[in-house]
Ligand binder design. Structure first.
Ligand code: SAM
Length: 281
């Protein structure tokens, strides 16, 4: 088996330049995803939980938050396919005592029912075989215990993706197919499909809440434009279009102009819609 288990393509993706962008922009993304993190953790019942798992934990912001909620006695593990993001996670001063493991959540061998809670902030939409991945994840969670994660609703309800994507398509003329069920941030935006994955894995009490929220930042419009060049659907379309430096500048300027229009009371904001998914193993 390869270094990245059954998810070689995604393993490479998250260990190469795009993963590096998440390393560089970790603080910026945590700021933007603050409201969504609050939604993920809202009302999370950790009573009697001693061993938590954060799937696709990235640089570990939610792993540390989970540990803080679970308390000193609890063990918390962050699992991710990207060594680059895990290295950043491990280097954080508040990561002391947390385990960060490099593994493919789809194919790694979990200790059966080794965890009594599993969470994820946008870390579970990148599997070649999501049916198998969720069967594997279920095997890792104690019977009767919760798995909870957030993932993106359709792109039409997510301005942070749609707006930069439209900008790049307008400027470059690149044809960028609407993302479907392939591994990627929007892989689970069809609720019926998502529900069928969790049912096939034999989770029970499946609940998929649709929650409207926002992505906001106090960053300058220039800094925000730079981030949009490196993360999200605009970035993916730029990669596809492979524009000249001149066109890249045009895109950056368009992102700055859009940021100026959005900025209010010091915040640049985007409408966002997510699913908060809860299921019992
Ligand atoms: C959008 S990022 C989210 C990271 C983090 N949860 C956060 O909110 O900052 C997706 C994460 O999923 C991880 N990932 C992708 N495929 C994976 C797999 N098969 N197994 C484990 N982690 C995976 C990536 O390396 C990346 O860290």
């Amino acid at each position: 088996m390869s270094k990245y288990g059954e998810n070689d393509k995604q393993g490479q993706y998250w260990n190469e330049a795009p993963g590096q962008s998440w390393v560089i922009n970790d603080t910026a993304m945590n700021e933007r995803l603050q409201a969504i993190s609050d939604i993920l953790f809202q009302g999370l019942d950790v009573t009697g939980c001693n061993n938590g798992l954060d799937i696709g934990c990235g640089a570990g912001s939610t792993t540390r938050r989970l540990a803080a909620i679970m308390g000193n006695q609890a063990k918390v593990t962050g699992l991710d396919i990207s060594e680059k993001l895990l290295a950043l996670a491990r280097s954080h001063p508040e990561s002391v005592g947390k385990d960060f493991l490099q593994a493919d959540a789809q194919s790694c061998k979990f200790e059966p029912e080794g965890f009594d809670l599993a969470i994820s902030r946008f870390g579970v939409m990148f599997f070649e075989n999501p049916f198998k991945a969720f069967q594997n994840i279920k095997s890792a969670v104690q019977k009767g215990r919760e798995m909870r994660f957030v993932c993106w609703a359709p792109i039409s309800a997510n301005d942070f993706f749609l707006s930069p994507l439209n900008t790049v398509v307008d400027i470059t003329g690149v044809s960028f197919a609407e993302p479907g069920k392939e591994p990627g941030p929007l892989a689970f935006s069809d609720r019926t499909y998502l529900s069928s994955i969790l049912k096939t894995a034999e989770f029970s009490s499946i609940n998929i809440d649709i929650i409207e929220t926002s992505i906001s930042t106090k960053d300058s419009v220039e800094k925000n434009a730079s981030l949009l060049m490196e993360i999200g659907m605009g970035f993916r379309a730029i990669k596809e279009a492979a524009p000249t430096d001149e066109v890249l500048n045009e895109i950056r300027e368009a992102f700055v102009a859009d940021g100026n229009k959005r900025q209010k009371n010091g915040f640049i904001s985007y409408d966002a819609t997510i699913y908060r998914v809860s299921a019992v193993a």
